[in-house]
Design a binder for this molecule. Sequence first.
Ligand code: TYD
Ligand code: MG
Length: 459
Amino acid sequence: MSKPKTTYFCQNCGAPSAKWIGKCPSCNEWNTYVEEVVHKESKNDRLQLFSGNKNPKQSNKSVLLQDVGLQDFPRIPVPGKELTRVLGGGIVPGSLVLFGGEPGIGKSTLMLQLALRLKNLKILYVSGEESEQQIKMRAERIGVTTENCFILQETNTQNIFQQIVEVEPQLVIIDSIQTLHTSYIDSSPGSVSQVRECAAELLRFAKETNTPVFMIGHITKEGSLAGPKVLEHMVDTVLQFEGDRNHIYRLLRATKNRFGSTNEMGIYEMNGDGLREVTNPSEILITNRDTPTSGVAISATMEGNRPMLIETQALVSSAAYGTPQRSSTGFDLRRLSMLLAVLEKRCGFKLGVKDVFINIAGGIRVEDPGIDLALVCAILSSNEDMPIPQDVCFAGEVGLTGEIRPVNRIEQRISEAEKLGFKKIIVSSYNLKGINVNSYKIKILSAGKMEEVFSLIFG
Ligand code: TYD
Ligand code: MG
């Protein structure tokens, strides 16, 4: 018997190599090469099963861009505003969507919910992870019934395509891509070459039959999607489901979308009966307190195109041990160190001997620099033990010189703060140029430097 042909693949980016090498020349990662057995059979007559296309070599004709009709591809409306927005307005026929997230975050739940709620589409839910009974139990928990959802427990792609030909679904959901294997490749399920090949088969299926396919993908320890980056290049849309498993909120983001914006975000709440959409995030993320508390400041931030008010909390206390601690949840630790240095150097607050803890309420991770101002004010409020009035919120970035820098979409932030009943918002003075202060009921205060902010709040 001849020795099976093997190739080494980088488990991070999928780059092949004939021999083992320590450093991947493509993504520069170390120690990522793993030997995999490849190609048991020739690729010639592969996967004619689903295509019905007898002559795959037939070439396409070029058309004028202006003659390409869009109306041929109406989007499939999906239930729920959050998913609709993140997808860019519904599911595009023939699109391949990768849906990633850490284990236990709720990927299977969201996909099953989608399958159950799309009542007038025939759906095939392929699960390689759970048995039919387990899926049934989950469906009962979600409590929606449908007559159009087929469940298939299978991991072999050839068998899956056979079922697809039989059932003729209008939407296919794969849970998960890492459990699939194709008989054309020998390596084990979950390895780079298997994952890539199975995804390629699904891609061909989606494009040739114009059926949308959702693939669930696991996230590796490092937080990247499904190991091989190749998957991200291949698919049309990459959705990420994130959040703290110990909190009830989950964020859905599109990190790549050929048919929509990647700025959008959807918020869900994990309940006993599945995931519920959160349409008014600001109201939930802010705690209504009877008495003002020190160390709390509200920030008007943007998550994509959506304005949101978020509570930032800080606790500053004298360091019990020699080296002061800095800890941050939901905010970049390095940026926190920078903000503390600015406070120390430019504003004269001696925070170098204090422990500083930061928390963004609700288990949400914020990347918008517009949160800086609120964070700095929360730190100072805790340091001085002086509460910030509850009707004040902030939107501004803090620069290295202690100046308050303007933020994007200031009108939307102001409107959201006004909608939620805040009386004052403090913004950068540079932001005032483009806006008509008198058209808002909320009082817009501006500051150019950190020092001015303190006198605005504490008088
Ligand atoms: P699951 O969808 O299985 O996660 P994934 O597919 O991403 O691994 O969801 C896992 C968690 O969600 C599980 O710990 C239980 C919880 N859950 C609820 O709290 N309520 C529900 O209605 C369901 C179905 C799950
Ligand atoms: Mg799952």
